[in-house]
Write a protein that binds this ligand. Structure first.
Ligand SMILES: [Zn+2]
Length: 400
C-alpha cells in the first residue's frame, strides 16, 4: 500500500476520496469507511513513533497521544469538498421534483469537468488500479441521501423519475416516466378520428375523449395514443379495438381505473373496457399485431342488383391493392396483397346490399368495394358491373 502513503505525503484527501482509491478491494464498505480506516491506521503508526512522511492536514481532527500535532483543515485535493455539500445538492433536487408523485428514482450527475480530469491525472501519476470514478460515487451517494430523505427507492431499470444534476451548468433536469394504460374501445360516430391530430377539423377524437379524465387524474402534460390499427373517421368501430394511451410527464402516478372507465363511458360515442396499467413494451406488441378484421358494409349501388352469387368468388381470393388515392399523400405508392377470408351478403333493397367481410389485416375495404379507379383488383363494383354510390362501413370484430 505504498501508493497510499505516497498520495498522503503530497495531498490532503477526504475519507471519500481516499477510500475510493481502494474501491475494488474488499466488499461491504463504503468509500468513506475505507478512507476512515486507512487514515486511522496510519495515525496509529504515527502515534506509535513511526517516522512516516504524511501531509499533516490529513490528520485534522485526530487526537494523538504521543505526537505533538495540531493539523489545520484543508480542502480535499480531489473533490474540493464536494462530498460535504452533497446533502445540500440533494435537497435542491428534492425541491425541484416536489410536485411529482413517484416511488422510484434514479439520479445521474455530471461532476465538474475539472475534477474528472484531475482524478484521471492522479490515477496515472500514482499508478492506481483499484479506484472507482468520482462520478460513480457521487451518483451513489446523492442517491442514498435522496432515498433517505424521501423514503423512495432507487431503481436502475424503470425509475418513475430520472434526475440529472449537471455540476458544470449548475442545472437540474429530470425525466418522468410515462404511464401506459391499455384498454379496448368502441366508436359509434361517423365523424370522429382516432387521434388528436385531426381535431382541428373534428372537435373530438377517440383519444381526446379518453385522455380528458385521464389527464385530470394524473395532471399530465399530454397523451400519445397507440391503437391496434385505426378505422377511418367515417367508420364506426363496433368491435372492441385494443389501444394503449400514454400519459406524458404525469405529476400523479396513481390512476383510479374504475373512475376513469366510468368517466370515459359517459360519452355517447366512445366506450372503453378492460383498462389496465401496462408497461411500454405493450405498445410494440400492439403495433406488431396483425389481426383479421370483420367489417359490415351497407352499400348503395346505382342500378338494381343482380348476379350476387359472383361475390362468393372473392372468398379466399388475394386482392391486389395499389395504395388508395385518398392516402397517397401520406403513404408510399406500393402494391399490397391481402386476402378476403370470408364474405357474406344480404340484399336490403333492390339497390342496397349488406356485406359482411372478414379480411386479412391491412386490406382497404372501401377500395375493395368501389375499386379505386381500378387500383384495387378484383373489386366489387367491377364484379357486379354496378357503380357504387355510397358505403357505410363498420368494423364489427377485431380477431385478436
Ligand atoms: Zn474528497
Amino acid at each position: 500500500m505504498q501508493f497510499l502513503q505516497e498520495i498522503l505525503s503530497e495531498h490532503y484527501l477526504c475519507d471519500h476520496c481516499l477510500g475510493r482509491q481502494t474501491a475494488s478491494l474488499l466488499s461491504g464498505y463504503s468509500n468513506k469507511q475505507r478512507g476512515f480506516v486507512i487514515r486511522t491506521f496510519i495515525a496509529f503508526l504515527v502515534d506509535s513513533g513511526e517516522e512516516l512522511k504524511i501531509k499533516k492536514t490529513n490528520f485534522y481532527g485526530i487526537n494523538f497521544r504521543f505526537v505533538k500535532l495540531k493539523p489545520e483543515k484543508e480542502e480535499c485535493y480531489l473533490c474540493n469538498g464536494l462530498f460535504e455539500k452533497l446533502e445540500e445538492k440533494a435537497k435542491k433536487i428534492i425541491d425541484k421534483i416536489k410536485d411529482y408523485e413517484f416511488s422510484t428514482f434514479l439520479v445521474g450527475t455530471n461532476p465538474p469537468n475539472e475534477l474528472m480530469n484531475r482524478e484521471v491525472e492522479f490515477w496515472e501519476k500514482y499508478g492506481i488500479e483499484w479506484a472507482e470514478s468520482i462520478n460513480t460515487e457521487i451518483n451513489r451517494e446523492i442517491g442514498k441521501i435522496i432515498s433517505k430523505i424521501t423514503g423512495k427507492d432507487l431503481d436502475r431499470k424503470t425509475p418513475d423519475i430520472t434526475i440529472l444534476y449537471d455540476f458544470n451548468k449548475k442545472r437540474i433536469t429530470f425525466l418522468v416516466r410515462s404511464i401506459f394504460i391499455f384498454g379496448r374501445y368502441q366508436k359509434f360516430s361517423r365523424k370522429m378520428p382516432q387521434c388528436n391530430w385531426r381535431t382541428r377539423i373534428y372537435k373530438k377524437s377517440v383519444q381526446s375523449v379518453i385522455e380528458k379524465p385521464l389527464l385530470k387524474q394524473t395532471n399530465g402534460e399530454k397523451t400519445s395514443f397507440h391503437g391496434e390499427g385505426r378505422e377511418d373517421v367515417d367508420v364506426r368501430c363496433l368491435g372492441w379495438r385494443p389501444f394503449v394511451i400514454e400519459v406524458i410527464n404525469p405529476k400523479k402516478r396513481k390512476v383510479d381505473l374504475k373512475k376513469l372507465l366510468k368517466e370515459i363511458n359517459k360519452n355517447k360515442y366512445v366506450k372503453v373496457k378492460d383498462l389496465k396499467i401496462v408497461d411500454r413494451s405493450v405498445v410494440k406488441q400492439l403495433k406488431a399485431a396483425k389481426p383479421d378484421k370483420t367489417y359490415r358494409a351497407i352499400i348503395t349501388f346505382s342500378k338494381p342488383l343482380k348476379d350476387l352469387s359472383k361475390l362468393k368468388s372473392l372468398e379466399g381470393t388475394i386482392i391486389n391493392q395499389q395504395t388508395p388515392i385518398r392516402v397517397l399523400q401520406r403513404r408510399a405508392d406500393m402494391l399490397r396483397k391481402r386476402k378476403v377470408k370470408k364474405i357474406r351478403y344480404k340484399l336490403l333493397s333492390n339497390k342496397k346490399l349488406q356485406l359482411i367481410v372478414r379480411a386479412q389485416s391491412g386490406l382497404y375495404i372501401k377500395e375493395l368495394i368501389h375499386g379505386d379507379n381500378g387500383r384495387t383488383k378484383p373489386n366489387i363494383q367491377e364484379l357486379l358491373n354496378n357503380k357504387v354510390k355510397n358505403i357505410e362501413l363498420d368494423v364489427i370484430k377485431i380477431h385478436e
